[in-house]
Design a protein around this ligand. Structure first.
Ligand code: HEC
Length: 97
């Protein structure tokens, strides 16, 4: 039993030593600030970063509407009918083609 505890402690301390050398990269995705940025903040940032939005590139209004609907219908994000419209318009304004 003692041996087991010692081995476990060794494993834990070895892991701690390994973790010290790991450098975590951190990336902040910034979206344009305007009157409706808050709509995106309250609906879109608590499951994933804005990177998901930025990585799509310039897209049509229909594309963005479908994204908002997918977040609500497939992933169950509680997006109101009003925010559905405002978020789609915001996304198209800044990331529209
Ligand atoms: C309830 C959690 C949740 C919320 C809230 C949410 N998303 Fe997502 N989103 C997801 C998940 C889950 C994925 C898929 C992740 C994966 O495939 O790795 C995703 C993927 C995406 C993608 C990648 C493209 C795609 O179709 O999969 C985009 C763009 C996106 N979300 C935009 C948004 C926008 C805009 C909002 C706000 C209107 C939002 N998300 C809110 C859960 C959420």
């Amino acid at each position: 039993m003692k041996l087991l505890v010692i081995i476990l402690l060794m494993i834990v301390s070895l892991e701690a030593a390994a973790i010290k050398d790991v450098k975590m990269t951190s990336m902040t995705f910034v979206i344009p600030t305007e009157k409706d940025t808050i709509v995106i903040q309250r609906n879109c940032q608590w499951c994933h970063s804005y990177g998901y939005i930025l990585n799509q590139g310039k897209q049509s209004k229909e594309f963005w509407h479908k994204v908002v609907l997918k977040m609500r219908n497939t992933y169950k994000a509680p997006i109101s009918a009003r925010d559905e419209v405002l978020a789609t318009e915001y996304l198209y304004r800044h990331f529209g083609n």
